[in-house]
Design a protein around this ligand. Structure first.
Ligand code: NAP
Length: 522
């Protein structure tokens, strides 16, 4: 790959997402898949201290639509290599922080340009390794491009010192400095977008990084690291440390030279990282900064004064897009008793029309869940749900060799039920009856999470009340609760959903910067 020249930074605009509806688009997708399949089972090395490394301890990543198919074979880092990665990232930071913001912005824009040039190939990797359908894969790649473009522009903003009140006889200013060497720990569910967003934000702000990718999607990480190199980021500014969270991850988080950890994933892992990072180690001279974006138990409220058809469509899209494996997925529909039966009938009919099967087939609305263990966990929750409520649709595995699960609806679920309270992370929707709008809001807030939520109502007073009282980081009115767009819907949650860093928003780069005040007597 040769890096195309980056475009001058114009006004930010979101990258278009393909629906793959046309025959031409489907043919192009097919060709991209064929190209990518030729690289299946390729051996990928670690990238540490500006060089490739092999350990011989290989992790196989598989196609969840066809688990006998190996997508990539990855050398796992040892503890010694992980230590070397963070120590080299720390050592190189002093040189990297002196690169100009303009240069780093240029590299970030080149990453966007390269991803754009290879969009269909990345789509095909996401279809193959993460089990995304084509439109979901394309949305993931588009979001990755958006993050690069958006953070490049944000860095232009922070590179210009803000206007301060000037003390008489002084020149007073504040400049934004990078933090140091940080660890980037993304989840598998947006394996390109979230990894790109966290990595490029840190790099463009002047930090060096060690990426610890998810063990479910290491091939996408290896491909992304190729793009970072191609775009021109210095070889020692980023390191790829594939390996298990519990060994490589802990080593990186605990190391005294780690300055920050940028994590997106589950509540339990996020809390563990936060705890490990809080303990100062020998030789450590800072408090590690932890940005942890975690899980959700997202609700959509359907009011008696709502357009029920549109609400049912929004709930079904939010609950079953990418098999319910989005942190923003709707896993609870809270419905006013006056429209409850009508809503359920509509949802049932819409769910019956959803096709489940291999994600590369554009006819399928839903592909597989990510792994065999995820499938087992989700099926266990479905069995629990059958005891906790009334099964309305789905209820088990779907046909096929892959990790397929039927879109499942369980009605009449009590707010204390496990399937109402715990993040399932699969295609399972709990439906609960509310007496009125106040009750619906109380039920929606009856969770330890606070990521996304939506309200369907045509009553302006109820909408105002939801704006005030629905305690979520991302609230949507009369639309689905998934599909946050960079620049328009800065993303992050309250409570156990995380540190609310608002990815894709104007404040996000501050997570990776520290302001320094300078007052000079004239
Ligand atoms: P996960 O199991 O928490 O894993 C996330 C990442 O953490 C993976 O790279 C994992 O590596 C790593 N990890 C595991 N244990 C670790 C440790 N002890 N130290 C350091 N790293 C460790 O989450 P997931 O299953 O990948 O992703 C799904 C979760 O992410 C859901 O809860 C979802 O809601 C959440 N999520 C949140 C957001 C948001 O913006 N709030 C966005 C997307 C997803 P291994 O794979 O090697 O274990």
């Amino acid at each position: 790959m040769t890096a195309p020249a980056s475009r001058p930074l114009s006004k930010f605009a979101n990258e278009p997402v393909s629906t793959f509806a046309s025959a031409d688009a489907r043919q192009a997708a097919h060709a991209a898949l064929e190209k990518v399949r030729k690289q299946f089972a390729h051996e990928h090395q670690l990238w540490i201290a500006g060089a490739h490394h092999k350990t011989g301890d290989l992790l196989n990543s598989v196609n969840p639509s066809r688990p006998s198919e190996i997508v990539g074979r990855h050398h796992r880092a040892t503890v010694a290599l992980a230590t070397r990665a963070i120590e080299d990232a720390h050592a190189y930071f002093d040189e990297y922080r002196k690169t100009t913001a303009a240069q780093r912005i240029e590299w970030a824009a080149r990453v966007a340009a390269l991803l754009r040039d290879h969009k269909l190939e990345f789509d095909a990797w996401l279809v193959s390794e993460a089990g995304k359908t084509w439109p979901e894969a394309d949305a993931d790649v588009s979001e990755a491009i958006d993050f690069c473009e958006y953070y490049a522009r944000q860095m232009q903003h922070y590179a210009t010192p803000p206007q301060l009140v000037q003390m008489p006889g002084e020149r007073d200013e504040m400049v934004y400095l990078p933090l140091g060497a940080g660890i980037i720990i993304p989840p598998w569910n947006f394996p390109l977008a979230i990894m790109t967003g966290m990595s490029v934000a840190a790099l463009v702000a002047g930090n060096t990084i060690v990426i610890k990718p998810s063990s479910e999607t290491p091939t996408i990480a290896a491909k992304f690291v190729e793009i970072l190199r191609e775009a021109g980021f210095p070889p020692r500014s980023f390191h790829l440390c594939t390996g298990s969270g519990s060994t490589v991850g802990d080593t990186l988080v605990e190391h005294p030279k780690t300055r920050f950890v940028s994590f997106t994933g589950s509540r339990d892992v996020g809390l563990r990282i936060n705890e490990l990072a809080a303990k100062p180690r020998k030789g450590q001279i800072w408090i590690k900064r932890v940005v942890a974006e975690m899980g959700g138990k997202d609700a959509i409220i359907v009011d008696r004064e709502a357009d029920i058809e549109s609400a049912a469509t929004g709930v079904v899209q939010s609950a079953y897009g990418y098999q319910g494996q989005k942190c923003s997925a709707c896993s609870r529909a809270i419905v006013d008793e006056k429209v409850y039966d009508q809503f359920l009938e509509k949802v049932k009919a819409k769910v019956a029309a959803l096709s489940v099967g291999p994600s590369e087939n554009p006819e399928n609305y839903m592909g597989p869940v990510i792994s065999d263990s995820a499938r087992k966990t989700i099926l266990n929750y479905i069995e629990t749900g059958k005891r906790e409520g009334r099964l309305v649709a789905g209820g088990g595995a779907a046909d096929g060799d892959g990790y397929f699960i039927q879109p499942t609806v369980i009605a009449d679920v009590d707010s204390k039920a496990r399937i109402f309270q715990e993040e399932i992370f699969g295609p399972v929707l709990a439906v609960t009856k509310a007496k009125d709008f106040d009750h619906a809001l109380a039920l929606a807030n009856d969770t330890e999470y606070g990521l996304t939520g939506a309200v369907y109502s045509n009553n302006p007073e109820k909408i105002r009340q939801a704006r005030d009282e629905f305690f979520v980081g991302n609230l949507y009115i009369n639309r689905k609760c998934t599909g946050a767009m960079v620049g328009s819907h800065p993303f992050g949650g309250f409570n156990m959903s995380g540190t609310d860093s608002k990815a894709g928003g104007p404040d996000y780069l501050l997570q990776f910067l520290q302001p320094k005040s300078i007052g000079e007597k004239l």
